[in-house]
Design a protein around this ligand. Structure first.
Ligand SMILES: N[C@@H](CCC(=O)N[C@@H](CSCc1ccccc1I)C(=O)NCC(=O)O)C(=O)O
Length: 222
């Protein structure tokens, strides 16, 4: 039994990807147990591993944690990526909830029926370019430091880089109007643990494909 956290999910980004990013940024090695078919989910549901019958589930420090936010909160606290006091934590919470909303928009796109995708895509890009990224550009401008909160890396920085890269997969020039976000992306991508996670062969999952979506639907929705 290794002391490493063990992640239970399907072999794709989905709701587990932010958890992978945070562990990697903290320099924490982790194992993955992939659900390949519906029966793999059913087994975990039946053996009592999933409090709400859902994954992501992370085995860490003797616990079987479920609920993405709870898992991320625990990891961020454990590895000191959650600010130095109440006010920093409040700012981090505010920023990451906004990122979570954008991440949900981006994640859901692939699961839409074809006839809804065009309208949804333009709304998704509009929100990224005119609601979320302007907000983080403003935060970086007003805070005037290398990181979003305080002057050290936090989960807010890690999750912002993740969502920037995901948005660029849909619209490569999406940061064209945001010079501070462009330099933030370059700076954060060079942090050794993150740089390693961005290299090919890491546990970072590739862009979600139609095949991933079909697999996930078979496991989670059938
Ligand atoms: N609030 C929970 C939601 C978890 C959740 O929705 N889990 C889904 C899989 S990820 C979300 C998902 C669901 C369907 C298709 C693709 C994807 I990605 C699940 O286990 N579903 C099985 C069930 O509810 O019985 C969290 O944040 O962790």
């Amino acid at each position: 039994m290794s002391g490493k956290p063990k992640l239970h999910y399907f072999n794709g980004r989905g709701r587990m990807e932010p958890i992978r990013w945070l562990l990697a940024a903290a320099g924490v090695e982790f194992e993955e147990s992939y659900l390949e078919k519906k029966e793999d989910l059913t087994k975990l549901q039946n053996d009592g591993s999933l409090l709400f019958q859902q994954v992501p589930m992370v085995e860490i420090d003797g616990m079987k944690l479920v609920q993405t936010r709870a898992i991320v909160n625990y990891i961020s606290t454990k590895y000191n990526h959650y600010g130095k006091d109440m006010k920093e934590r409040a700012l981090i919470d505010m920023y990451v909830e906004g990122m979570f909303d954008l991440n949900e928009l981006l994640m859901k796109y692939g699961y839409l029926p074809a006839d809804q995708k065009e309208e949804y895509f333009s709304n998704m890009m509009d929100k990224a370019e005119n609601r979320y990224f302007p907000a983080f550009e403003k935060v970086l401008k007003e805070h005037g430091k290398d990181f979003l909160v305080g002057n050290q890396l936090s989960r807010a920085d890690v999750q912002l880089l993740e969502v920037i890269l995901m948005a660029e997969e849909y619209k490569p020039d999406i940061l064209a109007k945001f010079p501070l976000l462009q330099s933030f992306k370059a700076r954060l991508s060079n942090i050794p643990t993150i740089k390693k996670f961005l290299q090919p062969g890491s546990q970072r999952k590739p862009r979600t494909t139609e095949e991933d979506i079909a697999r996930a639907i078979k496991i989670f929705r059938s």
